[in-house]
Write a protein that binds this ligand. Sequence first.
Ligand SMILES: *[C@@H]1O[C@H](CO)[C@@H](O)[C@H](O)[C@H]1NC(C)=O
Ligand SMILES: *[C@@H]1O[C@H](CO)[C@@H](O)[C@H](O)[C@H]1NC(C)=O
Ligand SMILES: *[C@@H]1O[C@H](CO)[C@@H](O)[C@H](O)[C@H]1NC(C)=O
Ligand SMILES: *[C@@H]1O[C@H](CO)[C@@H](O)[C@H](O)[C@H]1NC(C)=O
Ligand SMILES: *[C@@H]1O[C@H](CO)[C@@H](O)[C@H](O)[C@H]1NC(C)=O
Ligand SMILES: *[C@@H]1O[C@H](CO)[C@@H](O)[C@H](O)[C@H]1NC(C)=O
Ligand SMILES: *[C@@H]1O[C@H](CO)[C@@H](O)[C@H](O)[C@H]1NC(C)=O
Ligand SMILES: *[C@@H]1O[C@H](CO)[C@@H](O)[C@H](O)[C@H]1NC(C)=O
Length: 823
Amino acid sequence: MMFPRIRCIFPLLPLLFNLCSAAHTIFANSSLSGKQIITSSGGNFVLGFFAPGNSDRYYVGIWYGKIPKLTSVWVANRETPVADPSTSVFKISTDGNLVLLDSSNALVWSTDANTTTNSTVAMLLDSGNLQLCDASNPSRVVWQSMDHPTDTWLPGGRLGLNKLTGVSQRLTAWKNNDDPTPGIFNLELDPNGTSQYFIIWNSTYSYWTSGTWNGQLQIFSHVPEMRSNYNYDFQYFNNSVENYFNYSMKSSAIISRFVMDVDGRIKQLTWLDDKQLWTLFWQKPDKPCLVHSLCGAFGSCNENAMPICQCVKGFRVRSQSDWDLGDQSGGCTRNTPLQCVDRAHLSNSQRDKFLAMDNMRLPVNSQTLNGIGRDEDCKLACLNNCSCTAYSFSGSRCSVWHGELFNLQDQFDESGASTLQLRLAASELSNPRSNKTLVTWAVASAAAAVVASLALILFVTWRRRRSRLMGESKAVGSGIVPFRYSELRHATKNFSHRLGGGGFGSVFKGSFPNSTAIAVKRLEALRQGEKQFRTEVGTIGTIQHVNLVRLIGFCSEGANRLLVYEFMPKGSLDTHLFSASATVLNWKTRYQIAVGTARGLTYLHEQCRDCIIHCDIKPENILLDDSLTPKLSDFGLAKLMGRDFSRVLTTMRGTRGYLAPEMITGLPITAKADVYSYGMMLFEIVSGRRNLQEKTEEGNTAGFFPTLVFSKLMEKNIGSLLDQRLEGDADLEELNRVCKLACWCVQDNEICRSTMGQVLQVLEGFLEVSMPPIPRSLQLLTETPENINFFYQSLSANQGSQSSSDTPSGWQTRSSTTNNSSA
Ligand SMILES: *[C@@H]1O[C@H](CO)[C@@H](O)[C@H](O)[C@H]1NC(C)=O
Ligand SMILES: *[C@@H]1O[C@H](CO)[C@@H](O)[C@H](O)[C@H]1NC(C)=O
Ligand SMILES: *[C@@H]1O[C@H](CO)[C@@H](O)[C@H](O)[C@H]1NC(C)=O
Ligand SMILES: *[C@@H]1O[C@H](CO)[C@@H](O)[C@H](O)[C@H]1NC(C)=O
Ligand SMILES: *[C@@H]1O[C@H](CO)[C@@H](O)[C@H](O)[C@H]1NC(C)=O
Ligand SMILES: *[C@@H]1O[C@H](CO)[C@@H](O)[C@H](O)[C@H]1NC(C)=O
Ligand SMILES: *[C@@H]1O[C@H](CO)[C@@H](O)[C@H](O)[C@H]1NC(C)=O
Ligand SMILES: *[C@@H]1O[C@H](CO)[C@@H](O)[C@H](O)[C@H]1NC(C)=O
């Protein structure tokens, strides 16, 4: 079967020359220099000279024409920048190729196509493809940029393998954020001809695979997330000559791209016009430390740290400027050389020492020494070889490493974590020289410590007093204010005005002397040390967003643990939705509450430093301010409460109906648990009643609302789902969207649920949702559930069978040409 090449869009090219200004075409007699650009006919893409970041290196590239943030999708001369674009020329050369000449007229870059004619034109298409065509026969494409992608895969482009020549179209990450030079991470189709992509480090080592293509589900087996993106069509083509994938967007209004990023991960990004930013759909591998050797030699990856890469003790960053630009591959260099020569002449204290590093993922390329049964012997074996840099002895197995150490990871809590003994020069390990100096040192440092802590105490007292003197208005500033218990007791009039409460404690209304209203949450049964509490509170305090209730301060005195929040005058969403006495919220407000809540959650999940799972999304935790803007409360408590949290939740009345199946069954919880709860809440926003309604007074149950939604969606009769008090006054398009979306959120299998970011995009109208499948747990449920327990039993039963078959294992390694053997 023959597939035609993509054609130049305009077969009557010569005619067109006269029709328009031809700003999207480079002719034999025209060229680009300096600030000159050509723009594709619809304005989607622009080609010209650009300098990435703050550099003064110029490249010819293609970028988005309708996005203010310069986002390049293709670079011609990635390895050979020019210094001065005004004297450089991008043009068609006498042999018909497109070339870039620098100031001294030297050839910097060429399309290097096998041209049979010297009469060609280059034009930029609205798809972002730059095509070089035969001027007399424009349907003959001589060369096109989409066949030579750089780090970006655009809709319409293909990424494949020519099985005869072995040449593949691969994405190669930039070297760093400011430098398009090919970096060390590649995404390419399996050179063996299967349908899976690999990400390959330095052309030698593959650390991730997409898994093979499942045409039926339209996913790669290790990227199940693709299933929840209904906006693109992927197509796989395979014959004896070539195989490739291409994709297109269902709606041309959506601007989306795949990019092989500097951090070694493949990402799918979509442009959000109203927020003016790129939003991440998914990235693989999903954890940064799964990227092979991300932190370079002697660098250690730590997912809980910022920055993620750090040099191990005794080493320093080799090139700070590269690290700052996101390229850590240069790794770290030793501060003090090892004392290897003339070991016999060294006193014990001068000999190299070993630093024990616990909970490490061990570096790659170890050598196992046989016949060694003691830690001490393993250590000696390493010490006696100058090139040995580390050893590890565990389970009577002696492993040693020679030369540079790659792929270290700190605080590694998966199986395979072990203690690494890192070899360092003696002086790196602060070992006292003699007992006498030790004593002097101890005395001196003790004295210093006393002085320092005195000073600290004085300072803190002064600060506290000062902050109190400066008035409570300071409390509303950015910092989190520590309060005395007595102050809060006073502010809340001895905890007299109770606003509400749940399993973690009650909330009281209070006010400061300057009449700022506050809400004080008294945490109960918190078995946590003061220090840890302060740390967690500090973290929660840094999280600020319009759709999150702001933490103002805290109190930690004796056994008392209190949190002070801004006061929300309109109370929580449940009273507005379910209480008969409340004014009915109109549809527009409900929709805005859904959107605002989704924004807050998206922020928690995807945009703050550490992903925060709320774990307790329900109308009671959505507070409303004066203008009915929703604000999430109680975020960060799950972490604060630790293990107790899930115990309290699962036993708490009024919470069960929102809990994702995995929370009940005790499986690991991800951000998707919040998506489930959010979905359950969406149903209630639509219906204005609890999903799990108690028997009504007449004795008949109204049915489990989510099940009803599924069936009404099938019948295309969603109007009947709307809260009757609204009397049909709602935007049906939005209603339909919300119903479908909610159904996607409450899928049994978390993989099938949308992410919070996607939820937001759907609500904002950027994404469309297809018809959701009915989760098995709901299918099992009859129209009139006898009780909630049956519902959850069915979930548990269902969950077990699913998790085994459908679990993605994004982390697959493949060994190819040269790897893993000895150093
Ligand atoms: C360049 O060449 C095209 C077609 O060959 C012609 O139509 C156009 O007038 C020329 N432009 C200039 C500035 O010479
Ligand atoms: C193309 O080649 C022909 C013959 O080789 C030559 O006469 C002509 O000038 C060339 N045209 C261009 C634009 O270089
Ligand atoms: C260049 O094109 C000619 C004619 O189409 C063909 O015979 C030749 O093999 C090609 N050369 C290369 C290197 O592709
Ligand atoms: C590709 O095929 C070769 C030879 O059959 C095999 O050794 C190699 O492991 C294969 N590579 C992958 C990634 O499957
Ligand atoms: C990548 O491989 C090349 C050649 O095989 C080697 O010189 C280079 O040091 C490697 N890069 C890193 C970061 O290890
Ligand atoms: C791809 O095509 C080749 C040749 O037609 C065939 O041998 C191979 O099995 C195909 N691979 C897949 C995964 O279909
Ligand atoms: C993929 O490429 C083929 C051949 O060029 C084309 O027919 C098909 O429409 C493309 N599919 C998508 C999804 O872009
Ligand atoms: C040190 O170890 C390396 C790598 O195993 C080996 O090639 C070398 O011969 C050893 N040197 C000594 C002195 O044993």
